[in-house]
Design a protein around this ligand. Sequence first.
Ligand SMILES: *[C@@H]1O[C@H](CO)[C@@H](O)[C@H](O)[C@H]1NC(C)=O
Ligand SMILES: *[C@@H]1O[C@H](CO)[C@@H](O)[C@H](O)[C@H]1NC(C)=O
Ligand SMILES: *[C@@H]1O[C@H](CO)[C@@H](O)[C@H](O)[C@H]1NC(C)=O
Ligand SMILES: *[C@@H]1O[C@H](CO)[C@@H](O)[C@H](O)[C@H]1NC(C)=O
Length: 351
Amino acid sequence: MKIVNAFWGLLWFSMLFGISLSRPMIINFGDANSDTGGVLAGAGLPIGLPHGITFFHKGTGRFGDGRLILDFICEHLKLGYLSPYMESLAPNFTSGVNFAVAGGMILPPFIPFHLGAQVRQFIHFKNRSLELLSQGSGNFINEDGFRNALYMIDMGQNDILEALYASNLTYAPVAAQIPSFVADTKLAIQNLYQYGARKFWIFSTGPQGCAPKELALHAHKDTDLDSIGCYRVHNDLSKLFNKGLSRMCDELRPVLKDAVIVYVDVYKIKYDLFANPSKYGFVKPHKACCGYGGDPNNYNVKATCGQPGYNMCSNVSSAIIWDGVHYTEAANKIVASEILSMSLLKLDEFW
Ligand SMILES: *[C@@H]1O[C@H](CO)[C@@H](O)[C@H](O)[C@H]1NC(C)=O
Ligand SMILES: *[C@@H]1O[C@H](CO)[C@@H](O)[C@H](O)[C@H]1NC(C)=O
Ligand SMILES: *[C@@H]1O[C@H](CO)[C@@H](O)[C@H](O)[C@H]1NC(C)=O
Ligand SMILES: *[C@@H]1O[C@H](CO)[C@@H](O)[C@H](O)[C@H]1NC(C)=O
């Protein structure tokens, strides 16, 4: 009798509480750097081979030859890769959910899937999950899962680039917009907090000025570049944004006292790949693996990776950048392992 009661108790418990109790779970917001299929599911934008060629052996909606930093973090936590929120066919939300969409920006608020919209999607997702759970249907993330999940935001890259293009690569007009990018990221954190989020990883943006696309797209003089051949204005603005982001996290910590807000500095890690390529087994750091045009950048807007005429390097693992913008799996793997080795992040103590 007691065993039967325990059985029903357990069944009731698991139905009521769903996917649960202190299991690691990731809820992610971002752009192409962490899009695991959102733009494919949401906009129907096909991203086929050669994207995915190294690991998935097919297009998955990821921009890159294989796994992203987010995928490696999931592997580290023994989680499945995150399903995009907008995946309508057999999504699997046991490891969390991904709201990231390639092209995603913090601002302006009218573009589809900007950060504010991703947060609104989350609020709907949480509401609906809890509602379905209370009706006893399916296996959804429960209140406990939402409270203990790690909320990650990796955005800003497209905001900085768009603003740079609009200003013909001048510093001041872009710098003037950066406080609004930071303010809206802060708003996203506050909103998520209000809806129960307590653990945050806020990613800094990378050195945009080192990307082959930027170097190929805009004519430049040597004085426009820094000592390792990266565009100075891009990187100065990336650093300015990161400084604001880091300070904003510092300001929020004493306000959201029961939250853990970690600023994850990926800029430094990514910049070091370009500064010391041979240390990591990379050659020609500013040359895209997949693209058109050969040296120095192998990038041409008329024949980008996957479009007619593109070529691919013989060894993807020796390239940092895949298609002119996005990182290769080899680079992402290094960045992820450096992130996971930062002792201050204490990821394994989160659950
Ligand atoms: C969902 O993902 C989890 C974790 O990877 C896995 O154990 C489970 O089998 C998956 N469920 C389905 C229905 O595929
Ligand atoms: C969430 O659900 C509650 C009741 O279940 C409802 O009152 C509220 O309006 C919902 N919020 C959103 C944003 O959908
Ligand atoms: C953009 O800047 C470059 C270099 O300073 C200059 O040559 C070019 O004329 C500018 N273009 C416009 C549209 O302002
Ligand atoms: C490809 O590059 C990686 C990284 O530099 C290196 O370890 C590997 O041996 C290379 N493979 C081939 C076939 O050259």
